[in-house]
Design a protein around this ligand. Sequence first.
Ligand code: SF4
Ligand code: SF4
Length: 381
Amino acid sequence: MIYSNFQDIKLSSLGVGTMRLPLIEGSEKDTDIDVAQTEKMFDYAIKNGINYFDTAYAYHSGESENVTGKILSKYPRDNFYLATKFPGYDINNMDKVEEIFEEQLKKCRVDYFDFYLFHNVYEKNVDYYLDEKYGILDYLLKQKENGRIKHLGFSAHGSLEVMKKFLNAYGKYMEFCQIQLNYIDWTFQDAKAKVDLLNELNIPIWVMEPLRGGKLASLSDENTEKLKALRPNENIPSWAFRFLQSIPGVTVVLSGMSNLDQLKDNVHTYEENKPLNDAEFKAITDIAGGMLKTNTLPCTACRYCTSHCPKGIDIPRILELYNEHSFTGGGFIAPMAIAALPADKQPSACIACKSCEAVCPQQIKISEAMAEFSKKLGLKK
Ligand code: SF4
Ligand code: SF4
Protein backbone atom coordinates (compact mmCIF):
# COMPACT_ATOMS: atom_id res chain seq x y z
CA MET A 1 0.00 0.00 0.00
CA ILE A 2 1.19 3.48 -0.75
CA TYR A 3 0.69 6.23 1.81
CA SER A 4 0.14 9.98 1.76
CA ASN A 5 1.45 12.40 4.32
CA PHE A 6 -1.24 14.42 6.04
CA GLN A 7 0.04 16.75 8.77
CA ASP A 8 1.89 14.42 11.16
CA ILE A 9 0.21 11.17 10.10
CA LYS A 10 0.36 8.74 7.19
CA LEU A 11 -2.91 7.87 5.51
CA SER A 12 -3.31 5.00 3.10
CA SER A 13 -3.76 6.61 -0.31
CA LEU A 14 -6.72 4.27 -0.83
CA GLY A 15 -9.55 4.40 1.70
CA VAL A 16 -12.62 2.23 2.13
CA GLY A 17 -15.88 4.02 1.34
CA THR A 18 -18.92 2.46 3.01
CA MET A 19 -21.73 3.83 0.89
CA ARG A 20 -22.17 0.70 -1.20
CA LEU A 21 -21.46 -2.21 1.14
CA PRO A 22 -22.52 -5.69 0.04
CA LEU A 23 -26.15 -6.58 0.76
CA ILE A 24 -27.48 -9.89 2.03
CA GLU A 25 -28.08 -12.13 -0.98
CA GLY A 26 -31.49 -11.64 -2.52
CA SER A 27 -32.20 -8.40 -0.67
CA GLU A 28 -32.46 -5.00 -2.26
CA LYS A 29 -33.06 -3.15 1.02
CA ASP A 30 -30.09 -0.91 1.64
CA THR A 31 -30.22 -1.52 5.38
CA ASP A 32 -29.66 -5.26 4.83
CA ILE A 33 -25.86 -5.06 4.86
CA ASP A 34 -24.11 -8.41 4.63
CA VAL A 35 -22.08 -7.98 7.81
CA ALA A 36 -20.03 -11.17 7.40
CA GLN A 37 -18.94 -10.17 3.86
CA THR A 38 -18.22 -6.63 4.99
CA GLU A 39 -16.11 -7.92 7.86
CA LYS A 40 -14.06 -10.04 5.46
CA MET A 41 -13.48 -6.95 3.33
CA PHE A 42 -12.47 -4.73 6.26
CA ASP A 43 -10.14 -7.46 7.56
CA TYR A 44 -8.53 -7.77 4.13
CA ALA A 45 -8.22 -3.99 3.86
CA ILE A 46 -6.50 -3.63 7.23
CA LYS A 47 -4.26 -6.62 6.63
CA ASN A 48 -3.16 -5.00 3.37
CA GLY A 49 -2.34 -1.62 4.82
CA ILE A 50 -5.54 0.41 4.39
CA ASN A 51 -6.03 2.58 7.47
CA TYR A 52 -8.83 4.95 6.35
CA PHE A 53 -12.56 4.19 6.61
CA ASP A 54 -15.22 6.64 5.54
CA THR A 55 -18.83 6.40 6.64
CA ALA A 56 -21.73 8.85 6.97
CA TYR A 57 -24.98 9.28 8.87
CA ALA A 58 -26.94 8.73 5.66
CA TYR A 59 -25.19 5.74 4.14
CA HIS A 60 -27.34 2.62 4.02
CA SER A 61 -30.08 4.65 5.74
CA GLY A 62 -28.01 4.85 8.91
CA GLU A 63 -26.78 1.25 8.98
CA SER A 64 -23.33 1.97 7.55
CA GLU A 65 -22.19 3.72 10.75
CA ASN A 66 -23.51 0.82 12.86
CA VAL A 67 -21.81 -1.88 10.82
CA THR A 68 -18.56 0.04 10.30
CA GLY A 69 -18.32 0.76 14.03
CA LYS A 70 -19.16 -2.81 14.99
CA ILE A 71 -16.52 -4.37 12.74
CA LEU A 72 -13.77 -1.87 13.50
CA SER A 73 -14.36 -2.15 17.27
CA LYS A 74 -12.42 -5.42 17.34
CA TYR A 75 -9.28 -3.51 16.27
CA PRO A 76 -7.20 -1.28 18.56
CA ARG A 77 -8.42 2.29 18.10
CA ASP A 78 -5.08 3.49 16.75
CA ASN A 79 -5.10 0.88 13.94
CA PHE A 80 -7.51 2.86 11.80
CA TYR A 81 -8.69 6.37 10.98
CA LEU A 82 -12.45 6.79 10.97
CA ALA A 83 -14.35 9.52 9.16
CA THR A 84 -18.02 10.41 9.31
CA LYS A 85 -20.13 13.44 8.43
CA PHE A 86 -22.73 15.84 9.77
CA PRO A 87 -25.91 15.26 7.71
CA GLY A 88 -26.63 18.85 6.75
CA TYR A 89 -27.68 17.72 3.26
CA ASP A 90 -31.05 17.63 5.06
CA ILE A 91 -31.73 21.12 6.36
CA ASN A 92 -34.07 19.70 9.02
CA ASN A 93 -30.92 18.52 10.81
CA MET A 94 -29.35 21.95 11.13
CA ASP A 95 -30.41 22.51 14.74
CA LYS A 96 -29.49 18.97 15.83
CA VAL A 97 -25.73 18.97 15.60
CA GLU A 98 -25.10 17.97 19.22
CA GLU A 99 -27.74 15.24 19.30
CA ILE A 100 -26.56 13.75 16.00
CA PHE A 101 -22.85 13.94 16.87
CA GLU A 102 -23.42 12.08 20.16
CA GLU A 103 -25.53 9.47 18.36
CA GLN A 104 -22.79 8.97 15.75
CA LEU A 105 -20.12 8.35 18.41
CA LYS A 106 -22.35 5.68 19.97
CA LYS A 107 -23.21 4.05 16.65
CA CYS A 108 -19.57 3.96 15.60
CA ARG A 109 -18.49 2.75 19.09
CA VAL A 110 -15.71 5.32 19.37
CA ASP A 111 -14.79 8.20 21.69
CA TYR A 112 -13.58 10.38 18.86
CA PHE A 113 -13.62 10.71 15.07
CA ASP A 114 -10.32 11.13 13.29
CA PHE A 115 -12.01 13.03 10.46
CA TYR A 116 -15.36 14.80 10.56
CA LEU A 117 -16.99 16.53 7.62
CA PHE A 118 -19.77 18.95 6.83
CA HIS A 119 -21.59 16.58 4.48
CA ASN A 120 -22.43 17.70 0.99
CA VAL A 121 -22.15 21.48 0.87
CA TYR A 122 -24.40 22.53 -2.00
CA GLU A 123 -26.70 25.26 -3.27
CA LYS A 124 -29.57 24.57 -0.91
CA ASN A 125 -27.74 24.12 2.39
CA VAL A 126 -24.71 26.41 2.16
CA ASP A 127 -26.48 29.38 3.76
CA TYR A 128 -27.75 27.17 6.58
CA TYR A 129 -24.27 25.79 7.20
CA LEU A 130 -22.96 29.35 7.35
CA ASP A 131 -25.81 30.67 9.53
CA GLU A 132 -24.35 31.24 13.00
CA LYS A 133 -27.73 30.74 14.62
CA TYR A 134 -27.36 26.95 14.19
CA GLY A 135 -23.89 27.04 15.75
CA ILE A 136 -22.66 24.05 13.75
CA LEU A 137 -19.11 25.27 13.20
CA ASP A 138 -18.80 26.44 16.82
CA TYR A 139 -20.00 23.11 18.12
CA LEU A 140 -17.64 21.14 15.90
CA LEU A 141 -14.68 23.36 16.80
CA LYS A 142 -15.47 22.75 20.46
CA GLN A 143 -15.44 18.99 19.85
CA LYS A 144 -12.06 19.46 18.23
CA GLU A 145 -10.79 21.29 21.29
CA ASN A 146 -12.10 18.40 23.41
CA GLY A 147 -10.28 15.86 21.26
CA ARG A 148 -13.50 14.28 19.97
CA ILE A 149 -12.73 15.41 16.42
CA LYS A 150 -9.14 15.28 15.25
CA HIS A 151 -9.55 16.87 11.83
CA LEU A 152 -12.39 18.92 10.39
CA GLY A 153 -13.29 19.15 6.71
CA PHE A 154 -16.19 19.15 4.26
CA SER A 155 -17.51 17.33 1.26
CA ALA A 156 -19.00 19.14 -1.70
CA HIS A 157 -21.28 18.20 -4.55
CA GLY A 158 -22.26 21.75 -5.33
CA SER A 159 -20.96 24.18 -7.92
CA LEU A 160 -17.56 25.90 -7.78
CA GLU A 161 -19.32 29.10 -6.67
CA VAL A 162 -20.88 27.33 -3.68
CA MET A 163 -17.50 25.91 -2.69
CA LYS A 164 -15.96 29.38 -2.89
CA LYS A 165 -18.70 30.81 -0.70
CA PHE A 166 -18.21 28.12 1.93
CA LEU A 167 -14.42 28.46 1.83
CA ASN A 168 -14.54 32.24 2.06
CA ALA A 169 -16.33 31.91 5.38
CA TYR A 170 -14.94 28.67 6.87
CA GLY A 171 -11.82 27.99 4.79
CA LYS A 172 -9.39 28.71 7.61
CA TYR A 173 -10.93 25.89 9.69
CA MET A 174 -11.04 23.33 6.90
CA GLU A 175 -8.18 20.84 6.95
CA PHE A 176 -9.35 18.79 3.95
CA CYS A 177 -12.06 18.68 1.31
CA GLN A 178 -13.77 15.71 -0.32
CA ILE A 179 -14.90 16.18 -3.92
CA GLN A 180 -16.15 14.06 -6.79
CA LEU A 181 -13.16 13.63 -9.05
CA ASN A 182 -12.45 11.30 -11.95
CA TYR A 183 -11.44 11.69 -15.59
CA ILE A 184 -15.03 12.35 -16.68
CA ASP A 185 -15.70 15.04 -14.09
CA TRP A 186 -12.32 16.69 -14.71
CA THR A 187 -14.11 18.98 -17.15
CA PHE A 188 -17.73 17.83 -16.82
CA GLN A 189 -18.31 18.78 -13.16
CA ASP A 190 -15.71 21.52 -13.09
CA ALA A 191 -13.49 19.26 -11.00
CA LYS A 192 -10.31 20.76 -12.47
CA ALA A 193 -11.29 24.24 -11.28
CA LYS A 194 -12.17 22.81 -7.85
CA VAL A 195 -8.77 21.11 -7.65
CA ASP A 196 -7.04 24.37 -8.62
CA LEU A 197 -8.98 26.27 -5.96
CA LEU A 198 -8.14 23.75 -3.22
CA ASN A 199 -4.47 23.65 -4.23
CA GLU A 200 -4.35 27.42 -4.17
CA LEU A 201 -5.67 27.33 -0.59
CA ASN A 202 -3.38 24.42 0.35
CA ILE A 203 -6.33 22.25 1.31
CA PRO A 204 -5.62 18.54 0.74
CA ILE A 205 -8.08 16.73 -1.50
CA TRP A 206 -10.04 13.59 -0.71
CA VAL A 207 -11.66 11.95 -3.73
CA MET A 208 -15.04 10.29 -3.96
CA GLU A 209 -16.50 8.50 -6.98
CA PRO A 210 -13.13 7.70 -8.61
CA LEU A 211 -14.95 5.25 -10.90
CA ARG A 212 -18.06 7.39 -11.24
CA GLY A 213 -20.40 4.88 -9.67
CA GLY A 214 -18.75 2.03 -11.58
CA LYS A 215 -19.14 3.65 -15.04
CA LEU A 216 -15.36 3.80 -15.48
CA ALA A 217 -14.78 0.19 -14.46
CA SER A 218 -15.21 -0.84 -18.09
CA LEU A 219 -15.03 1.04 -21.39
CA SER A 220 -15.98 0.34 -24.98
CA ASP A 221 -13.78 -2.12 -26.90
CA GLU A 222 -12.33 0.73 -28.93
CA ASN A 223 -11.32 2.76 -25.87
CA THR A 224 -10.02 -0.35 -24.09
CA GLU A 225 -7.76 -1.06 -27.08
CA LYS A 226 -6.38 2.49 -27.03
CA LEU A 227 -5.45 2.19 -23.36
CA LYS A 228 -4.07 -1.33 -23.68
CA ALA A 229 -1.70 -0.07 -26.36
CA LEU A 230 -0.27 2.44 -23.87
CA ARG A 231 -0.14 0.24 -20.75
CA PRO A 232 -0.65 -3.41 -21.67
CA ASN A 233 -0.62 -4.65 -18.07
CA GLU A 234 -3.01 -2.10 -16.60
CA ASN A 235 -6.72 -2.97 -16.35
CA ILE A 236 -9.44 -0.40 -17.06
CA PRO A 237 -10.43 0.49 -13.45
CA SER A 238 -6.78 1.10 -12.57
CA TRP A 239 -6.60 3.84 -15.23
CA ALA A 240 -9.10 5.80 -13.15
CA PHE A 241 -6.81 5.49 -10.13
CA ARG A 242 -3.63 6.25 -12.11
CA PHE A 243 -5.37 9.39 -13.37
CA LEU A 244 -5.93 10.46 -9.75
CA GLN A 245 -2.31 9.69 -8.88
CA SER A 246 -1.44 12.35 -11.46
CA ILE A 247 -3.48 15.12 -9.83
CA PRO A 248 -1.61 17.37 -7.37
CA GLY A 249 -3.15 17.65 -3.93
CA VAL A 250 -4.98 14.31 -4.03
CA THR A 251 -4.30 12.65 -0.68
CA VAL A 252 -6.91 9.94 -0.13
CA VAL A 253 -9.06 8.21 -2.74
CA LEU A 254 -12.21 6.58 -1.44
CA SER A 255 -13.68 3.76 -3.39
CA GLY A 256 -17.07 2.36 -2.44
CA MET A 257 -16.24 -1.28 -2.91
CA SER A 258 -19.11 -3.72 -2.91
CA ASN A 259 -17.24 -7.01 -2.88
CA LEU A 260 -13.91 -8.55 -1.97
CA ASP A 261 -12.74 -8.90 -5.58
CA GLN A 262 -13.10 -5.16 -6.23
CA LEU A 263 -11.21 -4.44 -3.04
CA LYS A 264 -8.40 -6.84 -3.96
CA ASP A 265 -8.15 -5.27 -7.38
CA ASN A 266 -7.93 -1.75 -5.96
CA VAL A 267 -5.43 -2.76 -3.27
CA HIS A 268 -3.28 -4.25 -6.04
CA THR A 269 -3.41 -0.95 -7.97
CA TYR A 270 -2.34 0.93 -4.83
CA GLU A 271 0.78 -1.16 -4.34
CA GLU A 272 2.45 1.37 -6.63
CA ASN A 273 2.28 5.02 -7.48
CA LYS A 274 2.31 5.14 -11.29
CA PRO A 275 0.97 8.53 -12.39
CA LEU A 276 0.15 9.06 -16.06
CA ASN A 277 2.62 10.76 -18.33
CA ASP A 278 1.47 13.59 -20.61
CA ALA A 279 0.54 11.32 -23.53
CA GLU A 280 -1.40 8.97 -21.27
CA PHE A 281 -3.17 11.87 -19.55
CA LYS A 282 -4.19 13.22 -22.96
CA ALA A 283 -5.40 9.80 -24.07
CA ILE A 284 -7.66 9.37 -21.03
CA THR A 285 -9.07 12.91 -21.18
CA ASP A 286 -9.69 12.48 -24.93
CA ILE A 287 -11.61 9.29 -24.16
CA ALA A 288 -13.62 11.19 -21.54
CA GLY A 289 -14.35 13.91 -24.11
CA GLY A 290 -15.59 11.31 -26.59
CA MET A 291 -17.81 9.63 -23.98
CA LEU A 292 -19.34 12.98 -23.04
CA LYS A 293 -19.89 14.00 -26.65
CA THR A 294 -22.03 11.00 -27.46
CA ASN A 295 -24.02 11.18 -24.23
CA THR A 296 -24.68 14.87 -23.63
CA LEU A 297 -25.96 18.06 -25.25
CA PRO A 298 -23.13 20.26 -26.60
CA CYS A 299 -23.82 23.39 -24.50
CA THR A 300 -20.66 25.48 -24.23
CA ALA A 301 -22.11 27.79 -21.54
CA CYS A 302 -21.64 30.79 -23.84
CA ARG A 303 -24.80 32.28 -22.23
CA TYR A 304 -26.03 33.93 -25.45
CA CYS A 305 -29.45 32.47 -24.69
CA THR A 306 -30.02 33.61 -21.13
CA SER A 307 -31.01 37.20 -21.79
CA HIS A 308 -33.62 35.95 -24.28
CA CYS A 309 -35.51 33.76 -21.83
CA PRO A 310 -38.73 35.47 -20.66
CA LYS A 311 -38.76 33.20 -17.60
CA GLY A 312 -35.21 34.06 -16.52
CA ILE A 313 -34.18 30.40 -16.49
CA ASP A 314 -30.45 29.76 -16.11
CA ILE A 315 -30.41 27.66 -19.27
CA PRO A 316 -26.72 26.59 -19.31
CA ARG A 317 -26.90 25.50 -15.67
CA ILE A 318 -30.07 23.48 -16.35
CA LEU A 319 -28.44 21.88 -19.40
CA GLU A 320 -25.35 21.07 -17.34
CA LEU A 321 -27.61 19.24 -14.88
CA TYR A 322 -29.55 17.65 -17.74
CA ASN A 323 -26.24 16.31 -19.04
CA GLU A 324 -25.19 15.09 -15.61
CA HIS A 325 -28.51 13.27 -15.27
CA SER A 326 -28.31 11.71 -18.76
CA PHE A 327 -24.68 10.68 -18.44
CA THR A 328 -25.12 9.19 -14.98
CA GLY A 329 -28.41 7.52 -15.90
CA GLY A 330 -30.11 9.24 -12.96
CA GLY A 331 -28.22 9.67 -9.71
CA PHE A 332 -28.86 12.20 -6.98
CA ILE A 333 -26.80 15.24 -8.01
CA ALA A 334 -29.12 16.70 -10.68
CA PRO A 335 -32.40 16.16 -8.74
CA MET A 336 -30.75 17.68 -5.65
CA ALA A 337 -29.52 20.77 -7.50
CA ILE A 338 -32.81 21.29 -9.34
CA ALA A 339 -34.78 20.96 -6.08
CA ALA A 340 -32.59 23.72 -4.63
CA LEU A 341 -33.89 26.16 -7.28
CA PRO A 342 -37.10 28.15 -6.87
CA ALA A 343 -40.00 26.51 -8.76
CA ASP A 344 -40.14 29.36 -11.30
CA LYS A 345 -36.50 28.73 -12.29
CA GLN A 346 -36.77 24.96 -12.70
CA PRO A 347 -37.00 23.35 -16.17
CA SER A 348 -40.77 22.96 -15.71
CA ALA A 349 -41.09 26.77 -15.85
CA CYS A 350 -40.16 26.71 -19.55
CA ILE A 351 -43.05 27.84 -21.78
CA ALA A 352 -41.42 26.51 -24.98
CA CYS A 353 -41.27 29.94 -26.62
CA LYS A 354 -37.96 28.92 -28.28
CA SER A 355 -36.48 32.43 -28.09
CA CYS A 356 -33.33 30.81 -26.72
CA GLU A 357 -33.08 28.36 -29.62
CA ALA A 358 -33.05 31.20 -32.13
CA VAL A 359 -29.72 32.43 -30.74
CA CYS A 360 -28.04 29.18 -29.67
CA PRO A 361 -24.89 28.67 -31.81
CA GLN A 362 -24.98 24.95 -30.98
CA GLN A 363 -28.56 24.65 -32.26
CA ILE A 364 -29.64 22.82 -29.17
CA LYS A 365 -33.35 22.02 -28.95
CA ILE A 366 -33.52 23.64 -25.53
CA SER A 367 -37.30 23.60 -25.11
CA GLU A 368 -37.39 19.84 -25.80
CA ALA A 369 -34.59 19.26 -23.31
CA MET A 370 -36.47 21.28 -20.67
CA ALA A 371 -39.66 19.26 -21.23
CA GLU A 372 -37.82 15.95 -21.20
CA PHE A 373 -35.89 16.84 -18.06
CA SER A 374 -39.06 17.97 -16.26
CA LYS A 375 -40.70 14.68 -17.14
CA LYS A 376 -37.72 12.63 -15.98
CA LEU A 377 -37.62 14.47 -12.64
CA GLY A 378 -41.40 14.34 -12.22
CA LEU A 379 -41.68 18.13 -12.02
CA LYS A 380 -45.12 19.72 -12.21
CA LYS A 381 -45.91 22.80 -14.30
S1 SF4 B 1 -37.95 27.97 -24.66
FE1 SF4 B 1 -37.96 27.85 -22.41
S2 SF4 B 1 -35.86 28.10 -21.84
FE2 SF4 B 1 -36.01 28.81 -23.92
S3 SF4 B 1 -36.38 31.01 -23.78
FE3 SF4 B 1 -38.38 30.03 -23.88
S4 SF4 B 1 -38.97 29.73 -21.73
FE4 SF4 B 1 -36.76 30.14 -21.74
S1 SF4 C 1 -26.74 29.60 -26.28
FE1 SF4 C 1 -26.71 27.37 -26.49
S2 SF4 C 1 -24.57 26.81 -26.10
FE2 SF4 C 1 -24.83 28.93 -25.37
S3 SF4 C 1 -25.37 28.68 -23.19
FE3 SF4 C 1 -27.28 28.76 -24.29
S4 SF4 C 1 -27.78 26.63 -24.68
FE4 SF4 C 1 -25.64 26.69 -24.15
